[in-house]
Design a protein around this ligand. Structure first.
Ligand SMILES: [Zn+2]
Length: 248
């Protein structure tokens, strides 16, 4: 028997498996906040502290050697703001994730999956949206971890990717895989949109986050979209989870 039944009234568990502080906010914080507001749990894994990012925006000037610590603090602050548990942070250096053996990284993810027993796992799809090598590395290892998790437990969590409509992806100059263009799950995040924008702005160290805050606000992007990874073996409970996410 699968034990992650949506019907049994227990809190459901969401986990985001990402590479850098801010990946979670850009891709899925609006949905994650709605999830948590319904008395569910959420966790984030980040493979690195993003030490190679930009060194501050506005008047903020950060020394390269301090950036990891600053970005970790930004992440912790935001997760607290969203009602999400403190992050699991692996000690890889930014841009080094793809130098790790995928199996080794997968084992670390697997340990946390066993600890948190997720119902929904979100990680990047095959291109990592931006083709960042760290994003692609975490995608590959998350998939390996997912397979192990399913074979070693009786659970069948739903694995999803952030997805962007083809036209919008073109505007951004993104070349996505087919699996990242399918909008299988679209979540209306109007009620958490302001906090998402605040979260992006709170990543004061990062130029990208500031630009996205501006762009999301200008275009009023009050939806987050996800695709269902083809790796899933969908069952009745997966369908319930998909419906639950869509109606959050
Ligand atoms: Zn990233």
């Amino acid at each position: 028997m699968m034990s992650n039944k949506i019907v049994d009234g227990k809190p459901l568990v969401w986990i985001g498996v990402f590479a850098h502080p801010d990946d979670e906010t850009t891709s899925s914080s609006g949905t994650m906040m709605k999830w948590v507001k319904k008395n569910n749990e959420a966790y984030i894994i980040t493979g690195t502290r993003g030490e190679e990012g930009t060194l501050g925006t506005g008047d903020l000037k950060i020394k390269r050697e301090d950036l990891g610590k600053v970005r970790e603090e930004e992440l912790r602050h935001n997760l607290d703001l969203y009602g999400v548990n403190p992050p699991y942070i692996f000690n890889y250096r930014d841009q080094d994730l793809d130098k790790e053996i995928p199996e080794t990284l997968a084992k670390k993810i697997l340990t946390i999956l066993k600890e948190t027993t997720p119902d929904v796992i979100i990680t990047f799809g095959p291109t990592g949206i931006s083709n960042h090598p760290d994003h692609i590395a975490i995608h590959k290892s998350a998939l390996i971890a997912y397979k192990y998790y399913k074979s070693e437990t009786d659970r069948n969590p739903l694995l999803i990717y952030p997805a962007i409509a083809e036209e919008r992806a073109k505007d951004y100059g993104l070349e996505l895989s087919e699996d990242e263009k399918r909008l299988d799950i679209v979540v209306d995040i109007e009620d958490t949109f302001e906090t998402k924008i605040q979260g992006l702005k709170n990543y004061k160290s990062q130029e990208d986050a500031q630009q996205l805050a501006k762009r999301f606000t200008e275009h009023n992007f009050i939806y987050e979209s996800f695709s269902i990874s083809p790796i899933n073996e969908l069952d009745e409970n997966s369908t319930k989870l998909i419906n639950y996410l869509t109606s959050l």
